[in-house]
Write a protein that binds this ligand. Structure first.
Ligand code: GLA
Length: 366
């Protein structure tokens, strides 16, 4: 279908295509830039790109999501515009800086990963583009380099000082397992999702903006707390250090307590998944949500409402805010085959104007 959109936009057919999935994080929020572990899994939503080379050093890019308008710039002369194009400019700027011989590009983008919903739409876009460019130009980049390049595009060019969870998830996660990733070493193992349970995601419809929002501020607070505690990153500390942590000035004490307790919950959540232990997941998700709301202050009332309604539903096992916060989505765990109807009940009770069920897209018969 979008070959024809590409043709309409650029007057020729694409010569490569690539895609990458969004992710939902099951545990470990704001632990990635604190040197900790995370536990994301891929969602069915994907971003797909179609590409063709140009030889005039220009980049032209368009997407149905922005009304099909085509924007352009010159390779090597990238400069931030404060629009979605910055994610693309960030990537080509990084590749050019790294000495890759790009000569130009026409690009068409489509995505069903909701934007600004805590489901890593930017990373899905970055990794889809990087995979497409690797195929188009035969670039010698391994998968780990793709993740690192995507993250650098976002931190250096877009100005969102993100960790590496989302790009690693876009490259390596699948829908059947959770990726237990150590963000210090980038080593990971795949934790199978239990047959008895199913993952659901509801988008609150309240939008965040990382660059302008409190995300960078939270990261700085964590870095200040780590410096005061004499460690490189907060996740080096275990819960045994909490008495000392709580002597920090506020809000640093609460920020650090979140990072440290959340990090302890990641391994515990992986174990609970392996054991299919719904009670343990419920306790861990509930504690994680409270910590994000009260200590890290990244939740909003609409998201709190969705979580508390989900926890009252008979088929929901566990629920919490997922992703960077300041709006966005909740992730919940339900009995297998029940997530979609449970999500519809929660949505109905919440009566939020822009909320919607993202996962599962429809009822399954598992
Ligand atoms: C965003 C960032 C990630 C991570 C999460 C919070 O998704 O891109 O690096 O920090 O927020 O867990």
């Amino acid at each position: 279908m979008s070959e024809s959109d590409f043709l309409a936009a650029f007057g020729r057919l694409p010569s490569a295509t690539a895609d990458a999935a969004g992710r939902v994080n099951l545990m470990g929020e704001h632990t990635d830039y604190n040197g900790g572990r995370v536990l994301p899994t891929a969602i069915p939503g994907r971003t797909r790109v179609w590409l063709a080379r140009r030889d005039d050093g220009r980049v032209q890019a368009g997407s149905a999501a922005v009304g099909g308008a085509v924007e352009s710039y010159t390779l090597g002369a990238e400069s931030p515009r404060g629009t979605w194009l910055d994610y693309l400019q960030g990537i080509t700027a990084e590749l050019v800086r790294g000495g890759q011989a790009l000569s130009g590009l026409d690009l068409w983008i489509e995505s069903d990963v909701p934007v600004g919903s805590g489901l890593a739409s930017s990373a899905a876009f970055e990794i889809a583009v990087l995979r497409g460019l690797r195929a188009l130009y035969g670039l010698l980049l391994d998968d780990l380099e793709l993740a690192r390049l995507g993250q650098r595009a976002e931190t250096r060019f877009v100005g969102a000082n993100v960790g590496i969870m989302d790009q690693m998830a876009a490259v390596f996660a699948d829908e059947h397992t959770a990726l237990l990733l150590d963000t210090r070493t980038l080593a990971f193992e795949r934790v199978p999702l239990p047959d008895t349970l199913e993952i659901g995601v509801i988008d609150s419809g309240v939008r965040h903006a990382h660059a302008s929002g409190g995300y960078n501020e939270r990261r700085e607070e964590c870095e200040r707390a780590a410096a005061l505690l004499g460690v490189r990153s907060l996740c080096e500390l275990s819960v045994d250090a909490l008495p000392r942590v709580l002597e920090l000035p506020e809000p640093l004490a609460r920020r650090a307590r979140h990072a440290i307790t959340e990090h302890a919950r990641v391994g515990a959540a992986a174990d609970a998944l392996r054991a299919g232990d719904g009670d343990a997941l419920r306790a861990l998700f509930t504690a994680s949500h409270a910590s994000q709301r009260d200590d890290f202050a990244v939740s909003v009332p609409e998201v709190d409402r969705l979580v508390s309604l989900a926890l009252k539903d008979e088929d929901v096992v566990a629920a919490r805010l997922t992703g960077g916060g300041f709006g966005g989505s909740i992730v919940f765990v339900a009995s297998r085959g029940r997530a979609h109807t449970a999500a519809l009940r929660v949505l109905d009770a919440a009566a939020l104007p822009h909320a919607r069920v993202v996962v599962p897209a429809r009822a399954s018969h598992g």
